[in-house]
Design a protein around this ligand. Structure first.
Ligand SMILES: [Zn+2]
Length: 309
């Protein structure tokens, strides 16, 4: 497989403040582990800076302007109890959406088989007009709308295995029949949404909540029963993964017990379904994951699987 890895130093410049779990070290440990010789055949490139046009396919102009006006010249600007802007936040956020769209371009043009974008801030809690949960722009939503607008994709599926429910992605696509959002997540847990009764206006939202303490067996069953058949039936032209690794058993923010092999298994199953329905077109975007060791090893397992190694 030709797997593209996109990174950019801008991802290091967003700072949530001291002691915050969503920190630059997250992408540092990912970049370090992906330096191993097992990853020598990765195609590496720098994430491009995204554009307002890309952001505006998901977020209203007033929202982008409010973020620009709030961004501090120095110090911090606190948006809510866990979401903070620093002077580097917008540069990071624009490179995160830029990398997501660049990955879509390369995969849709078949220049590469699949792609992993190791950027931050994450995106799946960002709603149309509300930043929250460490998120500013919804990277996966921007990727999906980019595939539709620029590459003529009719349908896009976004599968989110981050331990938290992607309330933002669900909010954005609630009334969009062309995008299916599917999520496994611990419940109850932040942000509180994600029950099976939340199905979207076109039955295009698929939630498969898990219980605290659940491990690989329950996760794999949820994937096989609730998630994979729905992606197959939807027949998307592109599959986007909201790849959060905070369901790892070491993660301090949640209570699921996944291990690296579970992430590799899920990646392989998602590749299989995308092979069957959309020629294997798959773009994976980093979301959460807050134990540095668990995160790095899980990303390594995920990317090795994408590479077909
Ligand atoms: Zn998360």
């Amino acid at each position: 497989m030709n797997t593209l890895l996109l990174t950019h130093p801008a991802g290091l410049s967003h700072d949530n403040g001291p002691g915050h779990p969503e920190r630059a070290d997250r992408v540092r440990v990912i970049e370090r582990i992906l330096e191993h010789e097992r990853f020598m055949t990765l195609i590496r490139a720098q994430a491009e800076e995204g554009t307002r046009e890309q952001a505006l396919r998901v977020h209203p102009e007033s929202y982008v302007q409010a973020l620009e006006q709030t961004a501090p010249r120095d110090g911090f600007a606190r948006l809510d109890s866990d979401t903070t802007m620093s002077p580097g936040t917008l540069d990071a956020a624009f490179h995160a959406i830029g990398g997501a769209c660049q990955a879509v371009d390369e995969v849709m043009r078949r220049d590469v088989d699949n792609a992993f974008v190791a950027m931050r801030p994450p995106g799946h809690h960002a709603e149309r007009a509300t930043p929250m949960g460490f998120c500013f722009f919804n990277n996966a939503a921007v990727a999906a709308r980019h595939a539709r607008a620029v590459h003529g994709a009719e349908r896009v599926a976004i599968m989110d295995f981050d331990v938290h429910h992607g309330n933002g992605t669900q909010d954005i696509f609630w009334s969009d029949p062309n995008v299916m959002y599917l999520s496994t997540h611990e419940m109850p847990l932040y942000p509180g949404t994600g029950s099976t009764t939340e199905r979207g206006e076109y039955n295009n939202i698929v939630n498969a909540p898990l219980n605290a303490g659940d491990a690989g067996a329950q996760f794999r069953e949820a994937m096989e029963v609730a998630i994979l058949p729905r992606i197959e039936q939807f027949r998307p032209d592109l599959l986007v993964i909201s790849a959060g690794f905070d369901a790892h058993r070491r993660d301090p923010l949640a209570n699921l017990n996944l291990v690296e092999a579970d992430f590799a298994w899920a990646t392989s199953k998602l590749m299989d379904v995308s092979d069957r329905v959309c020629g294997g077109r798959l773009v994976s975007l980093l979301e959460g994951g807050y134990d540095l060791d668990g995160l790095a090893r899980s990303v390594a397992a995920h990317v090795l699987t994408l590479m077909g190694a």
